[in-house]
Design a protein around this ligand. Sequence first.
Ligand SMILES: Cc1ncc(COP(=O)(O)O)c(/C=C/C(=O)C(=O)O)c1O
Length: 357
Amino acid sequence: GRKKTMWKYKEFMPVDESKIVTLQEGGTPLIKCDNIGKDLGVKLYVKFEGANPTGSFKDRGMSVGITKALELGVKSVGCASTGNTSASLAAYAARANLDCLVLLPHGKVALGKLAQAMFHGARVLSVRGNFDEALEAVTSLALMGEVYLLNSVNPFRLEGQKSIGFEIVDELGWRSPDRIILPVGNAGNISAIWKGISEFYRAGFIDDRPMMTGIQAEGASPIVNAFKKGEMEIEPVKNPETVATAIRIGAPVSYLKALRAIYESEGLAESVSDKEILEAQKLLARKEGVGVEPASAASLAGLIRLLDEGEIDRGEEVVCIATGHLLKDPDTAIRACEEPLEVEADINSLLDVIMGK
Ligand SMILES: Cc1ncc(COP(=O)(O)O)c(/C=C/C(=O)C(=O)O)c1O
């Protein structure tokens, strides 16, 4: 049978099947997390998107996006990125033999992602500004026809990412969990997952839909602010700040789709502190063996916060989307730990250390 990839659902993808650019993305693990779930009193699953070819959910959207780029005959692709989009675009562009230009916010990109964008051969520009300013700049370039824009403002990206929703309901036995919780930055992913699940709902494959719950970092939470006021317009955050650099975004391009997904699904939006994010990141790694980058842990941090606030009921079945692999941001991981102790290689020195002398 066909390898477990997102292309199991190719009939729902808007691409000509013959020339798909793929690294066998998708088909990621849905990991039951009873250790943490029991403590919290919920039935907890983690959808581990770190298992994708370049280590984040972006690969799903890039596979469709680059396939369409070839269909459209473009020669060069581009994006602005907090890191993972650029890593994924660089890899898929290389595979499709397309030139690739990425604009990254200077000094604010996690090491693993920067290494990937550079090593896969993208032309990397380090922009003196934040992600939002970089996105504005690359969008102008795209409007001049210099590059084909593959940020999540490009609908083909969402057509790939909606497969996260397909896989969750398929794996649960053709039914929805009570709630899907995920980190929200530029807000493409929450919109895409809601779209996918709604397509299966309208096709009659499932007869219920989950509550979509978006989590942002306190220093970068324009969508949460709008949700709490019941509004459909956002106030962009001028200088977004968070240790979770993947979601250090102040003017999310897909905010309207995201708010619609949250309201339509009777979901929620909440923000969490950097401290809560880093604690949740460690909890996943040390209680479940699931290694995720900081932004991905925002989904668990949000679950904990919302349970404490009584916004989420004990006993709910919840899927947290872990959007990127731990290795993406090794600096933050190492900074959160004790310095390794240096020892001599001889047994006596080791025994001294092990015996706590
Ligand atoms: C690990 C991780 N978790 C969550 C998000 C937020 O998803 P969206 O709400 O769909 O933006 C991102 C986004 C990254 C970029 O926007 C980029 O790479 O330019 C991410 O890398």
